[in-house]
Design a protein around this ligand. Structure first.
Ligand SMILES: Cc1cc2nc3c(=O)[nH]c(=O)nc-3n(C[C@H](O)[C@H](O)[C@H](O)COP(=O)(O)O)c2cc1C
Length: 301
């Protein structure tokens, strides 16, 4: 099966994307992860200045997934460019940067500076649940302003990363597309919390954090389905709880063009190889020669 897909202006050799925050800066995972199985890998989000993130505990297993409340610890764009900028061209996969900030100008500033690095595209992280204040991606107008400012700041392709907590998520996706997003990533983590009955303490120091992994998948799939139905002109990167080839097929059927793997990397950094093998097996068994033919191709009842 031909795995190549076209995501807005980009041609990807595979629909599999390594999700932001789960492969570090991409560079340091080159030895661990076989990047030849990915169409792109997304670096952890970077802010205008260094952020320390939240105090521990910052990660916990919860239900069939996990909670994280890292708070986007990152070195800030200038140190990031200095440390990783010169190495990005050596990684055997197209690297996408990811920008985050506390205000519109901050997003634009990071996107502008990042454009000098060897990145193929930029994700706009509108949806981190671990920052003080609200999630930008819950507000269509604010999301549109951020995307418009990033669009102005860079000529690179941009994707807007949305929150599964947005209601309706299609309104945010439409606003981002109108403001210049070349695609939307559906979704980031969902807002979640957990408590330890023994210590009676919250599982995360910040109490509310991001829920990811298996339990997120049906929610993100619903979001992908809604965005594909309501905003058919915007391409979608599906994300949430992907750990096998059937999950990838589900996202494609729901309307995603590409599919990001996040939490699954933490336990199985080489998971994309197995997923790729199984995708080929699925193609063979079902007479599908181009994976792109599966996009939005679910059979109605
Ligand atoms: C430990 C951890 C760190 C993350 N950091 C980021 C980040 O810096 N920027 C971002 O856009 N998403 C970040 N995410 C969200 C993932 O990219 C992904 O959207 C989310 O976890 C849902 O996919 P999954 O269920 O496959 O993990 C992070 C997720 C985890 C688990």
């Amino acid at each position: 099966m031909n795995l190549a897909v076209t995501l807005g202006p980009l041609a990807l050799r595979s629909p599999l994307i390594a999700a932001s925050g789960t492969v570090g800066s991409v560079v340091e995972f080159s030895e661990t992860i076989d990047y030849s199985f990915y169409g792109a890998a997304v670096a952890k989000s970077v802010a205008p200045v260094p952020w320390d993130g939240r105090p521990p505990p910052r990660m916990a297993s919860a239900g069939s997934g996990m909670l994280n409340g890292i708070g986007i610890q990152n070195p800030g764009i200038h140190a990031w460019l200095h440390e990783f900028g010169p190495l990005l061209g050596n990684v055997p996969v197209p690297v996408w940067g990811s920008v985050v900030a506390h205000d519109v100008d901050g997003f634009a500033q990071v996107a502008s500076a990042m454009s000098d690095a060897d990145v193929e595209a930029i994700e706009v992280n509108l949806s981190c649940p671990n920052l003080d204040g609200s999630i930008f991606g819950l507000d269509a107008t604010l999301s549109a302003s951020i995307v418009a400012a990033v669009r102005e700041a860079t000529s690179l392709p941009i994707g807007a990363k949305l929150s599964p907590d947005a209601q309706p998520i299609s309104a945010v996706a439409a606003a981002c597309a109108e403001s210049g997003a070349d695609w939307v990533v559906v979704t980031n983590t969902a807002m979640g919390a957990g408590f330890d009955p023994a210590s009676r303490r919250p599982l995360l120091s910040g109490i509310v954090g991001g829920y990811s992994g298996d339990g997120l998948r049906p929610i993100s799939l619903r979001c992908v389905f809604e965005v594909a139905r309501d905003v058919p002109e915007v391409p979608i990167v599906g994300c949430g709880g992907v750990s096998d080839a059937n999950h990838v097929v589900e996202y494609l059927l729901a309307g995603a063009t590409a599919v990001a793997i996040g939490t699954a990397h933490l336990a199985r950094p080489r998971i994309a190889r197995k997923i790729t093998q199984r995708l080929h097996r699925y193609g063979k068994a079902n007479g599908i020669t181009r994976i792109a033919d599966l996009v939005g191709a679910y059979e109605p009842w």
